[in-house]
Design a protein around this ligand. Structure first.
Ligand SMILES: [Zn+2]
Ligand SMILES: [Zn+2]
Length: 456
């Protein structure tokens, strides 16, 4: 008897493509509390039980090398460059866009753009972004207490946001324990923890002594509009429109007999700055736009998109003392050209010892070398290398001097009949903790070999 069997379909199954990494959901979408991309990267690494450094090296870097390497100086280590410039990942930069592309490809997820400030990049200047992390310690503390995920908000990366309005407290800008400023991404960074001393950054409460709370309410209410409508702003706002709208504001003020000089005084600016905004010479920074809108009492949304001719501005409000004159964005007081000249002068003066790049950056009002390097890569390289050479030379000289001291003390010990232990040498050289210095240990070993001393 013939038996008939079921016919098997032998065409191979189509297995859908798998993402390389798990997509971690961003927190606070479509609200002012939206998470930043750097925070999501830190959390994604944690979700995969690897450090952020490993995540960057093994996952992000292969993409970023393809995208950015050509524009980066060859000898610069891309990994460390990414860590040092991690503040720019939340911005409209080549690095930021590369990271977004990498995250798209790795997770098959969409929409990492809203975790950055790309949509409002027309309003951002170099000073608008903090180069190190800031956070509300009470937000961290509360999330931990309630068992919610701990994350960093995108608005915390803006220098005009200084307080948490949920907890009425100032944002922290350095570790509560070791006072270190923290990078957005680092080898072992973790949201809620210091990447230097690894301690918890949450705190139960921080007393507030701010009189600027109204100002911060104004800032964050307007940021709510800006961050939640990034696509619309990106498509509808350009520098011409900004200049036109500002020009119309000044016209309306003139109708109410308020001069530019009066407005400039109230805002704490020089009158020329207001003329520059009108001419559209350098654009207007987000902080200044917020301050202008605060002083004339018109929200940023209306200021940028409403028909100004119908608005009546009858009076203007005094700028809060802490932000008068855009204090937050005028740390760097000189123009780019003047800064360039200053650096050229330092290079041609060729002082000895050569100054540290960090000190020069501070003198010019920068918080980090990286921001200065962004504008003057060539000059910074020359200054940095001179100092590096000097340090290397100094280190060689110090080693020679340390060697002769160690040698001398070992000879003295032997003359006196003592064994030249590390402790004894430390005492005689008057330098505690020398045993931790690998150079000292090496030199001691060398002298031991020279005199045929058996280590005990
Ligand atoms: Zn908070
Ligand atoms: Zn710390």
């Amino acid at each position: 008897m013939r038996k008939s069997f079921e016919v098997l379909d032998v065409t191979s199954l189509e297995i859908p493509l798998r993402s390389k990494i798990i997509l971690v959901e961003a927190i606070g979408r479509d609200t002012l509390a939206i998470e930043s991309l750097t925070s999501l990267i830190n959390r994604t690494a944690m979700e995969h039980s690897i450090t952020t450094g490993t995540f960057i090296k093994s996952q992000l870097l292969p993409y970023i090398l393809n995208d950015v390497e050509a524009s980066l100086t060859k000898e610069v280590n891309t990994y460390y460059r990414l860590i040092n410039r991690s503040f720019s990942i939340n911005e409209n930069t080549l690095l930021g866009r590369s990271v977004i592309n990498a995250m798209h490809d790795l997770t098959f997820g969409n929409g990492f753009y809203d975790l950055t400030l790309i949509g409002i990049s027309i309003l951002l200047k170099q000073s608008s972004i903090r180069t190190s992390r800031s956070w509300c310690p009470v937000c961290f503390y509360e999330a931990e207490e309630l068992g919610n995920p701990i994350y960093e908000k995108l608005i915390w990366s803006l220098s005009c946001v200084t307080t948490c309005l949920i907890h009425n407290c100032y944002l922290c800008t350095e570790c509560l324990h070791c006072k270190t400023e923290l990078k957005y991404l680092n080898t072992s960074s973790r949201v809620g923890y210091c990447d230097n001393c690894f301690r918890w950054l949450g705190e139960e409460s921080t007393p507030i002594n701010s009189t600027d709370i109204n100002w911060q309410h104004w800032v964050q209410e307007n940021l709510d509009f800006l961050l939640c409508n990034q696509t619309f702003i990106n498509e509808n706002l350009d520098s011409i429109r900004i200049v036109e709208q500002i020009g119309l504001i000044f016209q309306q003020l003139r109708k109410s007999k308020i001069s530019k000089k009066q407005l400039a005084d109230i805002m704490g600016y020089n009158r020329c700055t207001l003329f520059e905004w009108m001419r559209g010479a350098h654009g207007i920074a987000l902080e200044s736009l917020l301050l202008l809108s605060y002083c004339v009492g018109i929200s940023v949304e209306h200021l940028l998109f409403s028909d100004m001719s119908k608005l009546v501005i009858s009076n203007v409000k005094q700028a809060p003392e802490s932000v008068r004159g855009g204090k937050r964005d005028t740390t760097i007081k000189t123009t780019i050209a003047a800064r360039g000249e200053f650096l050229q002068k330092i290079i041609s003066r060729n002082d000895y010892p050569p100054p540290k790049l960090g000190d020069i950056a501070k003198e010019l009002g920068y918080k980090s070398n990286e921001s200065l390097r962004g504008f003057f890569p060539v000059e910074c390289k020359i200054i940095g290398e001179r100092h590096k050479e000097f340090r290397a030379k100094q280190s060689v000289e110090n080693n020679i001097s340390l060697r002769s001291k160690v040698r001398q003390e070992i000879i003295e010990c032997y003359k006196e009949g003592y064994y030249p232990s590390k402790r004894r040498l430390e005492d005689r050289l008057g330098q505690r903790g020398l045993f931790m210095n690998s150079k000292f240990n090496e030199l001691r070993k060398e002298v031991f070999i020279e005199f045929g001393i058996q280590p005990r």
